[in-house]
Design a protein around this ligand. Structure first.
Ligand code: ADP
Ligand code: ASP
Ligand code: MG
Length: 813
């Protein structure tokens, strides 16, 4: 047998009632089901309001009644549109009792707790009837049983106490022969004198718990409109998450302090019989929910949840007359108990000069009068002052069984509140240390809950906002790498990487929430016309922390925008080499702007694509080492050319093939002339701390005068054919010396040069294959055995991954 309870939020509309019946249908196929339902959402409040209006002789009670009537009748016409006469008849009859009752209250000007219970009982009686009929219509073997015939209480109206002896027997007897589905109204009961009673606000949970305990079921399920008990009220704290497992104690503390998913006494019958309670979401039945049981086995954080309760009044009694006099608090709490005032919170400083207690605001006036009366003599003799009362307060509390084993929790709590300007009026921590509470202004509750939630539950995720210009081959790869890694970055590195802007030479597109990377091409195609300034403006205007501009072009104009980005504290990541190999002054200015505006300027891919060359160099310099010499092969294209050129191939053909395969720039002269390599060694020299310009680099070209002076690419290829003999000579000389031709960049003591070299066997460059790059750094710490970085130094994928690494480096700063 299963016991399920559906709260008012689950039966608030015809759609939701259908969802409830879906769940009941599913459960009743596997066994007998006991279903407790609340009144339709908001109805109990409306009934009480109508009663209050009638009591105040305010005729608008009739309008409130009409509203209640309309809500129920239209639910029936939506849920069971046909053949519903008998249902409407039943409801009309109940509603006319209700109307008579309200008229009576109006007439005699009286609303006792006893009448109030009669009044509120209508909500659950009507909702349980409607739901039963819907279940029957859906073919379920269903019956409604009025819980007033089972649950027997004393006559403490509005919060009656259960006589378990009789109640349990009634329940066991009744359910000996049960229908497949029994629907019962929650909240309502009857006294042993036959008067209608209720179990207190939120009491349907209690009804369900009583049934579950009496029937000794394996588990009690409470179905509501949230996916369990959350780390904080999800309506106030957006970041709150459901707690998987809680102990009864923790659940009790949380629900006592306002987490109204669960009505506090609910836990008691379940706790006594050790029946676990599962909180589930009617709207999302597939969600796991929260399991409440004897011991929470959860080992995560020491704080399980944060909760709050509003409408608190803080009363303070103070005076010298209190000091050292035993029995003072006894008198105080006795008088409060006598008036049935529930004390939620007590603090007394060890000086005993004052005692401070929190109660519900609605009890405040009564408390003040009765306490002042009780201490009339002491007040008149000025030994104590009349009670001080402060209203519009709330309590926020941290709850957790494991808090007692952890130091510093209250320190953290109060420093979080302090930092957010939340003024704490009073503090209490029970000796059990399952709860630390603070009284604050009601106005501050939302802020306080969010600040505490951030402190105790949220792992800080760093947001990186990327703006990409240039979406050619490398750009494509970068975007797909980002798309692929996003989850990993989020889960493992706590980095939330969003691409917020993309542009090419035609269009640009932005999305503040992060561009859908599965669809970026379509978005870009339909984007606005791009401009370099427009892109900068938009990135500036979005004004996000950790913005990064990524340049994947080879455009000089784009490189001239870096300064503007850096000045707006937007980091720059570039594979474009132009800026770093331009005039020294420009390079230096960018470096300084990066420092001044605390924005990274990273260009690892300028040398050796994704290889960590500049990073290695940077680490050497940062740790105080001095680079004295650099030997390197830095051109994947020239490597390809000289690895494939031999006695049996023609130089022209090899260059042509390299061009065709995309290993050279479209104009292969940029590679073959050595300019590209010269730029790279220049950047390495600068990063080593040397003030150099491109003109300072000796470029000993292996090309002929005719090659260098050719006007067009085609002419250039012509001259390669004409000068084949020249290239063959270079090859045969190397061969004769047992050497390989490699295009080498060198830096020694402030001087740099690039050029073709014969590399003898045994040299680290000799066996360099394919498009590989190699760099050897000699330094004060590495004078003989250099640091060597070697690996694929060209290609869209490795370049994209180098850019990606730079983007991540920004987040580490
Ligand atoms: P029902 O009508 O199902 O009895 P309630 O409105 O009584 O539902 O309780 C569910 C509501 O409790 C949620 O919608 C939520 O606003 C509120 N609530 C307060 N604190 C918490 C919390 N810590 N976790 C989950 N819900 C909470
Ligand atoms: N309908 C009652 C209330 O609103 C009982 C309940 O919903 O649990 O308090
Ligand atoms: Mg409830």
């Amino acid at each position: 047998m299963e016991v399920l309870k559906f709260g008012g939020s689950s039966v608030g509309s015809s759609k939701r009632i259908h969802q409830v019946v879906d769940i009941l249908d599913r459960y009743s196929k596997h066994g007998k089901v006991v279903c407790v339902v609340s009144a339709v959402g908001g109805i109990t409040d409306k009934l009480l309001k109508a009663g209050q209006l009638a009591l105040e002789k305010n005729e608008s009670f009739a309008a409130e009644f009409d509203d209640i009537k309309k809500i129920h009748l239209s639910l029936v016409s939506e849920l069971i549109p046909k053949d519903n006469d008998y249902i409407l008849e039943y409801l009309e009859e109940e509603l006319s009792y209700l109307k008579n009752l309200l008229d009576g209250i109006y007439l005699i000007n009286e609303l006792t707790p006893k009448t109030s219970d009669k009044l509120t009982s209508f909500g659950e009686l009507m909702s349980s009837f409607i739901i039963t009929e819907v279940a029957k219509q859906r073919g379920i073997d269903a019956v409604r049983k009025n819980s007033q015939e089972l649950i027997v209480t004393n006559s403490s109206f509005t919060k009656a106490e259960v006589n378990y002896l009789i109640t349990n027997k009634n329940i066991k007897d009744y359910f000996r022969t049960a229908h497949q589905l029994t629907v019962l109204p929650g909240f309502v009961a009857k006294s042993n004198l036959g008067e209608i009673t209720t179990l207190g606000r939120g009491g349907s949970d209690f009804t369900a718990s009583i049934l579950a305990a009496a029937l000794k079921v394996k588990r009690l399920e409470i179905w509501t409109d949230v996916s369990g008990m959350y780390t904080a009220n999800p309506k106030l704290v957006k970041q709150a998450t459901p707690i998987e497992v809680l102990s009864y104690q923790e659940a009790m503390e949380l629900s006592h302090f306002g987490a109204k998913v669960l009505f506090p006494p609910t836990v008691q019958p379940a706790l006594d019989s050790e029946i676990p309670i599962l909180i589930k979401n009617t709207l999302k039945p597939e969600d796991k929910g929260t399991l409440i049981k004897t011991h929470s086995t959860s080992t995560s954080g020491s704080v399980s949840g944060i909760t709050s309760v509003d409408n608190i009044a803080l009363l303070t009694l103070q005076g010298n007359g209190m000091v050292g006099i035993p029995g003072f608090s006894k008198r105080l709490f006795e008088v409060l108990a006598l008036e049935k005032i529930n004390v939620i919170f007590i603090t007394q400083a060890s000086s005993e000069h004052s005692i401070c207690f929190g109660i519900s605001e609605s009890d405040a006036d009564l408390a003040v009068t009765s306490v002042n009366q009780c201490f009339e003599y002491e007040i008149s003799t000025h030994r104590i002052r009349p009670v001080d009362v402060e209203k519009n307060l709330s309590i926020v509390a941290l709850v957790g069984d494991r808090m007692k084993n952890h130091q510093g929790i209250s320190g953290k709590m109060f420093s979080a509140l302090g930092k957010n300007n939340v003024n704490v009026r009073a503090i209490a921590q029970g000796a059990s240390e399952k709860n630390i509470s603070a009284v604050i202004l009601q106005n501050d509750v939302k802020k306080a809950l969010n600040a505490l939630h951030e402190t105790f539950f949220e792992v800080k995720t760093k947001q990186l906002n990327v703006f990409i210009t240039g979406v050619g081959n490398v750009g494509h790869r970068l975007i797909s790498q980002i798309e692929q890694q996003r989850k990993f970055l989020k889960n493992e590195l706590r980095i939330n990487l969003r691409v917020m802007g993309i542009s090419n030479s035609k269009n640009m597109y932005f999305d503040e929430e992060g561009i859908d990377l599965g669809n970026w091409k379509d978005h870009l195609e339909r984007g606005e016309t791009s401009s370099l300034d427009g892109f900068l403006e938009k990135a500036t205007q979005l004004n996000k922390r950790n913005s990064i501009f990524v340049d994947i072009t080879a455009s000089e104009a784009v490189s001239q925008m870096y300064a503007d980005y850096l000045k707006r504290s937007i980091s720059v990541v570039a594979c474009n080499k132009i800026a770093c190999s331009s005039e020294f002054q420009n390079y230096k200015t960018l470096k300084n702007l990066s420092k001044k505006y605390n924005a990274s300027f990273l260009f690892e891919t300028n040398v050796g694509a994704g290889l960590p060359i500049i990073d290695t160099l940077g680490n050497l310099v940062a740790s105080g080492d001095k680079v004295t010499s650099i030997q390197a092969v830095l051109s994947g294209s020239l490597n390809f050319v000289f690895n494939n050129f031999n006695g049996s191939t023609k130089f022209h053909d090899v260059v042509k093939e390299a061009q065709k395969e995309g290993f050279t720039e479209p104009d292969p002269r940029i590679d073959l002339s050595g300019v590209d390599v010269a730029r790279k060694i220049l950047i390495l020299a600068r990063e080593s701390g040397y003030d150099m310009n491109l003109e300072d680099i000796e470029n000993d070209s292996f090309l002929t005068k005719a090659n260098l002076e050719s006007d067009t690419v085609d002419d250039f290829f012509e001259t390669l054919i004409e000068d084949e003999a020249h290239f063959q000579k270079l090859f045969s000389s190397a061969e004769a010396n047992n050497s390989q031709l490699k295009y080498v960049a060198e830096f020694n003591d402030g001087k740099a040069k690039v050029g073709l070299k014969e590399i003898p066997q045994g040299h680290p460059f000799y066996n360099l294959e394919g498009k590989d790059n190699i760099v050897m750094f000699y330094s004060h710490r590495y004078p003989e055995q250099p640091i060597i970085v070697k690996g694929a130094g060209a290609g869209a994928d490795v370049t994209a991954s180098g850019l990606f690494a730079d983007i991540i480096r920004v987040s580490n700063k």
